[in-house]
Design a protein. Structure first.
Ligand SMILES: NC(=O)c1ccc[n+]([C@@H]2O[C@H](COP(=O)([O-])OP(=O)(O)OC[C@H]3O[C@@H](n4cnc5c(N)ncnc54)[C@H](O)[C@@H]3O)[C@@H](O)[C@H]2O)c1
Length: 253
């Protein structure tokens, strides 16, 4: 029997990178999982089903409240009321490193729309359900770039700082209703997209990242699964408002 038997989880950004890996681990522990993304999640769905997991996908842009409402409705009709939300969708590997003068106001706004307001919209949509149940687990994806700073991505780094702030505020608001809100903060995770990234995928960046770690090796999506599963399980019921850093001991606090 898995740790998340009877759990129902929504994972945003389920089409590529960390999202599908996270969803696969949730499903392997018995959770029924809804993948939500602007991109098709067919490959992730197939992988999880082949492993015996229960999964469905719904095309969702997290910046459109109507689509987010449809995502939650799809979950309720397919599996039941969600008790886990993984706010993972973001503009992350899609961003190029640029000097501040080269970042348009539109790009800044879009990053905040997806990375911050998207988290707000999804959380807002599941809150009435979790509040009614008196129980819920929300995990927001932060980033080590906020803890350590990173040149060339001021909008992204600021958006991840906002996610930490939102995590803390919502933990205070929703804790009395049994809803735990935490943040997982990865280091550079070598997804397929990061490997192909013009800056992140270079040998220089990769070896600098590895050299800065207490555990000096590449970080892969699977490295995050233990922390996320823990924060979704009953084992973490007295933990909320926290940022759990999963980066091989790069940022120490
Ligand atoms: N990979 C890393 O090195 C790393 C490091 C620190 C934090 N993170 C965070 O972890 C999370 C996942 O990272 P990743 O590397 O897998 O990202 P990624 O860029 O590979 O994938 C992001 C996913 O979000 C989806 N998405 C983008 N905009 C969306 C929208 N408006 N609505 C719905 N879905 C949307 C994309 O289609 C994509 O499937 C992100 O929150 C990211 O900021 C990643």
């Amino acid at each position: 029997m898995g740790k998340l038997e009877n759990a129902i989880a929504i994972v945003t950004g389920g089409a590529q990178g960390i999202g599908p890996e996270t969803a696969a681990h949730l499903a392997a522990e018995g959770a029924r999982v809804v993948l939500a993304d602007i991109a098709p999640c067919d490959a992730a769905v197939e992988t999880i089903r082949r492993a015996g997991g229960q999964v469905t996908a719904v095309r969702t842009d997290v910046t459109y409240p109507a689509q987010v409402a449809a995502m939650v409705d799809h979950c309720c009709r397919t599996f039941g009321d969600p008790d886990i939300l993984i706010n993972n969708a973001a503009l992350a590997s899609a961003l190029d490193f640029k000097p501040i003068e080269a970042i348009s106001s539109e790009e800044w706004t879009r990053v905040f729309d997806v990375n911050v307001r998207g988290v707000f919209e999804c959380t807002k949509a599941v809150t009435p359900i979790m509040r009614r149940a008196g129980y819920g687990k929300i995990v927001n994806m932060g980033s080590g770039t906020f803890l350590k700073g990173m040149a060339g991505l001021p909008h992204y780094v600021a958006s991840k700082g906002a996610v930490v702030g939102m995590t803390r505020s919502l933990a205070r608001e929703l804790g009395p209703h049994g809803i735990r809100v935490n943040c997982v903060s990865p280091g550079l995770v070598m997804t397929e997209q990061m490997r192909d990234h013009a800056t992140m995928g270079t040998d220089a960046v990769m070896s600098a990242q590895i050299d800065g770690r207490s555990i000096p090796r590449e970080q892969v999506p699977e490295d995050l699964a233990g922390a996320i599963l823990f924060l979704c399980s009953r084992s973490s019921d007295f933990i909320t408002g926290q940022t759990l850093v999963v980066d091989g001991g790069s940022f120490l606090h």
